[in-house]
Write a protein that binds this ligand. Sequence first.
Ligand SMILES: [Zn+2]
Length: 282
Amino acid sequence: MKMWLFLAIVLLLNFACSKDQPANNAETKHFVLKWNENQATTQEIEEAKRFAEEVYTKYLEYFGVENLPQEKTIINLGGDAFSENGGAPRIPFVNENGEIFLFRFETGYLGELPHEFAHVLRFYKGWSSDGFLEEGLAELMSSKLFPENVGFSLYGFSTTIAAGLWLNEDNLIPLQELKDKHFDLNLACLVQSYPLRADFFKFVLEEYGKEDFMNFIYAPDAGSYGSYERIYGENFEALEELWLQNLQQRIDALGDTQSQLQAYQAKISSLQFYICKRGIDF
Ligand SMILES: [Zn+2]
């Protein structure tokens, strides 16, 4: 239920900022795009129509038609993420009707679409009540199906690099803390929370296989501590430890680790993300 409360709050904040309903729309086989006159160019609309269908196709291949939305998904293109007055950007989200809201970042409108579509997929098949799982799953699938994606949070890098940046670092947020304090830490620490969760679930998926992963995410108690232990035979704490060891091995095995870590670090520094600090934020 907390997920709904969170979405409702985000929704209210966003509605408070937008003055009018989108006046234009365009349809593809599986999507309806909506925008106001000044919010999207013809080129952006054409690109969104093409890319949305590509996203649908890749999710269809991975999850099967029975797990995809049975009706067209609405995508709202809401204009620039950053206002001229500065301040925090508007963050893409899925509302309580399963509609996607995207905003224009320096990478365009579409960098966050694969992530948001994973939320829509869950919306139609039932969310878990666990934000840690839902956000982790969305970022995992985005990185897995669209590894070249240049949007938040990986900017075209692997989860190994984006999560590895925090490995052996004082500001590595423990997963259990990210899970227990999801609503406090998720957006406040987003440049840490999104890659760390995505890489954790990448490890779980690749180590234990797709069948267990599907059983896990569609379990009635998906994301609960008990669901990890039941399906993976390890408790969450043990899985976190195994993941950290595995991440270290992957980092050590990369040939050009340092240059990739530096390039990713430079990218997130240029975007001026706040970095949560041990003892202050967590
Ligand atoms: Zn999300």
